[in-house]
Structures are given as C-alpha cells and as structure tokens.
Ligand binder design. Structure first.
Ligand SMILES: Nc1nc2[nH]cc(C(=O)O)c2c(=O)[nH]1
Ligand code: SF4
Ligand SMILES: [Mg+2]
Length: 286
C-alpha cells in the first residue's frame, strides 16, 4: 500500500483541477485561471512552482520585531495548530500533481517541518523524480536530515532559526499561549549544526544545491549568524547565504527590509524577497 502524507491547508497548491483532470468548483487563492504560483523566496524566487504543504512542526517560532511587536510563524495551521489536516496517499497526490502541472517544472515541499514525514516523502520524491522528472526543493528548518531523502531533492532550502525566534514567557503570555512541550523544547532543538553540515556536505558531494535562509528582525541577528552558525560550518559560499526580512504581512516585512538588505550587502550575502506576501498578502494557498 502507498504511504500516507499528512498535509496542511490546501495541501497541494494552487490547483485548478482534481486528480482526474476535472475543473474544481472554486478558483485557486491566487485568482489565476491556471494552476501554479511562483516561488516567492530564495535562489529560485520567481520560478513557476507547485507547493506541497506538510502538516506538523517540531519548532514553535515567535519573533519580536524591532518595535516590540510580535510575529509568530507565518503558517500556524501547519505548526501551532494542526487540527485540520488532509491525509492523502502518495499515489493520489501524484495524480493530483500530474493533473495540475502544465508547464510547471518545479515542486516545492514545505510545511511545517516536512522532514518529520521523511518515510512518506522518500516514496513521493522518488516517484516525482522517476515518473515526472521535476525539480524538487524542500523548505526545512534544518533540524532533521535523511541521506535517502536528500538524494531525491535538488535544492535544500534550510532556514535555521535564531534566538529571536524563541517563544519566551513574555511572548507566550502576550499571545495568550501556555508554555507546553513544543514551546519548551524550541530553544534547545532549533540549532543543529550537525544536521545543517550534513545537508551542505551531501549537496557538495552529490551535485545538489542548498541555501541557508535566515529570517532577520533585529541588528543582533548578524552577530549570531556569523558566530553561532557560519563560523562553525564549512563548505558554504557567500552566495548560499540569504537574508529574508521578518514578517508574515507586507507592513511587517517593510519594517525589517532595510535592516536586512544592509546586512546582506555588508557581508556579500543575498537578500531574499517574499514575493507571494507582497503580491497576495498573508494568505494560504498562494
Ligand atoms: N509562493 C510561495 N512561495 C513560497 N516560498 C516558501 C513558501 C513557504 O511557505 O514555505 C512559499 C509559499 O507558501 N508560497
Ligand atoms: S520552523 Fe517554520 S513552520 Fe516551524 S514554527 Fe518555525 S516558522 Fe513555523
Ligand atoms: Mg514558511
């Protein structure tokens, strides 16, 4: 029997057809007449893509912006609150993907933290490569590695979380949340240099690509990136390091954009936009 994936929100998005190729009754959240959107972030920003969003995350990010306001994970329905999920067999997801591909050659696997479902993902990515020959990216927080899965993926988009993402008592109480399991473990789990180095080494040795994409919300982030991550990792190039402004809405992004861009220029790193948020706002399925 096919393995089963647990997906969040719109699962595969944006799509316009069911797995038999029949039109869906509602248009996709993009409002487009065609399936697909563009990759909004990272080295492949602008690339026509379909997204698969997996449910569940081992971290619980809540950031503090420079003005003192808070910004939590931009996909809470795939991390903080996973009550609504879609369970789908790999074979069925393959049919849905195939029915919505048209000219799109890129698939992005995101979450949540997709590596939590690595067994089902190995089956899915093996079939996507073998049967459809698509380019596959994975958006991961860099806390879990699998050699077998890495072998089927072309771009590892690793987004290690900085201290500013820790859900401390003040942030939790401001958001009316309790200090329970995942919140408590976030600070000790979020940084795993061994896992990040494994992704980098595997990419270098197997003709794959990777990027380290850091979310920037305050000036101190620069020192932490250099001392606690890049200084302890090897085999990366400045062009593999991307800085992305903090925020899940355009107004938030604007607040941190200049700080982020200046930091990128100063270090020879790259700036990553979040095009889908600028174009569509903070919405699911775009
Ligand atoms: N268009 C678009 N680009 C994205 N890049 C990363 C995304 C994510 O949610 O991981 C994302 C997303 O949700 N939509
Ligand atoms: S690691 Fe990503 S998906 Fe998980 S809580 Fe943080 S921002 Fe959300
Ligand atoms: Mg994301």
């Amino acid at each position: 029997m096919d393995k089963i994936l647990t997906l969040a929100g719109e699962a595969l998005f944006p799509i316009t057809r069911d797995r038999h190729g029949n039109p869906l009754p509602v248009p996709p959240s993009t409002g487009f007449s065609v399936p697909g959107t563009i990759q909004g972030e990272g080295k492949l920003a602008g690339m026509p893509s379909l997204f698969i969003r997996l449910s569940g995350c081992n971290l619980r990010c809540i950031w503090r912006l420079e003005d003192g306001s808070f910004s939590r994970c931009d996909t809470p329905f795939a991390s903080f609150d996973t009550r609504e999920v879609v369970r789908i067999e790999v074979g069925e997801l393959m049919e849905l993907l195939q029915a919505n591909l048209d000219e799109t050659k890129h698939v992005v696997i995101t979450g949540g933290e997709p590596m939590l479902q690595k067994d089902a993902l190995i089956e899915l990515t093996r079939r996507i490569k073998g049967e459809l020959g698509l380019h596959i990216s994975i958006e991961t927080n860099g806390t879990i590695f699998s050699r077998e899965l890495a072998g089927f993926i072309d771009l590892y988009s690793i987004s290690p979380k900085l201290r500013n993402s820790d859900p401390d008592a003040e942030k939790l109480s401001a958001l009316g949340l309790q200090m329970s399991g995942p919140f408590k473990y976030h600070p000790e789990k979020r940084k795993n240099l061994e896992v990040i180095q494994s992704f980098i080494d595997f990419a270098r040795n197997n003709g794959k690509d990777f990027q380290l994409k850091f979310v920037i919300g305050r000036p101190e982030d620069e020192h932490e990136i250099k001392e606690e991550f890049l200084g302890k990792l090897h085999s990366w190039k400045p062009g593999d390091i991307l800085l992305m402004p903090l925020g899940s809405a355009s107004e938030e992004l604007r607040k941190s954009a200049r700080l982020t861009m200046e930091m990128a220029v100063r270090n020879g790193w790259r700036y990553s936009p979040r095009i889908h948020i600028d174009l569509f706002g903070n919405r699911q399925g775009v």
